[in-house]
Design a protein around this ligand. Sequence first.
Ligand code: NDP
Length: 283
Amino acid sequence: MAKLIDGKAISAAVRAEIKENTQKLIADTGVTPGLAVIIVGTDPASQVYVRNKRLACTEVGFYSEAYELPEETTQEELEALVDRLNADEKIHGILVQLPLPKHLDEHSILLRISPDKDVDAFHPYNVGRIMIGDYAFLPCTPAGVMELIRRSGIDCTGKECVVVGRSNIVGKPMAMLLLQANGTVTICHSRTRDLAEVTRRADILVVAIGKADFITGDMVKEGAVVIDVGMNRRADGKLTGDVDFASVEPVASYITPVPGGVGPMTITMLMQNTLTAAKNTLK
Ligand code: NDP
């Protein structure tokens, strides 16, 4: 039976540390970390994420601003807001909630955010810094996974690490962080031949594909650490991961549940990045 990696408990511990460090920063320097969150349109899931991000800011003692812009916002209006926030000293992190409505050019908006305030770490400048291992921020979800691994006492050194999924926000940076932690890393995707043959080699298996219960027990090596990034809604509205928990849990040594695994870490790492951004302004 696998040990459960409790993302809620680990997230609470990290947030408590962030809160303490924030109080210290304010006391020592008078600087309060500030996060601006921009949402365009009325996507209900995005609205929930934005609300949770603001609540997290309050919890750790940050200043926050939320911009809820109408669906018909133009590229120029959004760019003008980003420019204004780039110049605002109270704001250390800017987050544009994705996806943006189709008429807006997501890539050019992300490029517009100052790399120093890019707390999602999506700007090509920050992506490049991650490649060379000299970074200010890490993308929140992969950073959260690494925190779960580290705080569970798991050492990646020399381990076979398999990442399933190669998106820019999860799979690719995830692979880079496991590499920097001295894992031997393989990335799989939809064109991988014989996926199960590769996943069965993994000592540490990270799954981020967006397909409910896709990885089953027969695809996992006995004693593997299994991290499930997936978040899928079942027909009954329940949240489920990319890993079939029932068949994988008896085989794995550690496993993250969904919900309550990777999910809670993502916003926590956003708070961490905002604190780092605030501290970096003092350098
Ligand atoms: P994307 O859709 O951007 O990428 C999915 C990746 O999975 C692609 O690289 C794709 O391959 C690969 N893939 C799809 N089907 C298969 C298959 N049958 N076999 C092998 N690989 C496959 O998704 P994201 O990376 O954005 O998200 C992945 C999951 O993680 C989603 O469920 C999402 O909701 C969740 N997520 C959770 C977060 C959290 O906070 N917990 C944060 C972000 C995402 P190819 O490139 O060849 O198409």
